[in-house]
Design a protein around this ligand. Structure first.
Ligand SMILES: [Zn+2]
Length: 172
């Protein structure tokens, strides 16, 4: 079975109950039918981002010294955090609903919204950063390639040569 076939079902398997337990999108999965179509699609793409991070990742240690799999983020933190804030900062989102040209540089509260403010720390925070970047790449490739070109290149380098995923999905 491909990882993309009914992939959201995988999050309900008992062995996967602890996967991304702190992820805000994961907590929304049982209520997906309550969201509008676009929001539900965003949530599923974020969860697909988590799966790709694991499937295309390398072994690394989490904060409990357990081995996990994740795409290497060395040197990418600034871009990853810029994208996460740009897509998730609630005050920035609210301001943009009034004026679409609002920029994160306009006000201090429009910056520095990270996974830590969603109760995700350490390896959990890094997983959120990458899942959100992959969601952005899936939904709007030019957005990610423009704002975070090094992140986009790292995702391509991890996913595209990987035989477990590249027959189903490749990033340009
Ligand atoms: Zn997540």
């Amino acid at each position: 079975m491909s990882i993309f076939e009914d992939f959201e079902v995988q999050f309900f398997f008992a062995k996967n109950k602890q996967l991304f337990a702190r992820c805000p999108c994961r907590r929304a999965l049982p209520h997906l039918h309550e969201f509008d179509e676009a929001s539900a699609h965003h949530i599923l793409c974020h969860m697909l981002g988590h799966l790709l991070d694991i499937k295309a990742g390398q072994p690394t240690l989490n904060d409990s010294n357990a081995t996990i799999s994740a795409i290497n983020q060395d040197g990418l933190e600034d871009e990853l955090r810029y994208v996460y804030n740009d897509l998730q900062n609630p005050q920035l989102k609210a301001a943009r609903r009034v004026d679409g040209n609002v920029d994160p540089g306009d006000r201090p509260e429009f910056r520095n919204f990270g996974p830590e403010l969603q109760d995700c720390y350490g390896a959990d925070a890094r997983a959120e950063l990458m899942a959100e970047a992959i969601r952005a790449y899936l939904l709007d490739p030019n957005y990610l390639k423009t704002l975070a070109p090094n992140v986009a290149a790292r995702i391509r380098a991890a996913v595209n040569p990987n035989p477990e995923v590249n027959r189903i999905l490749q990033f340009n």
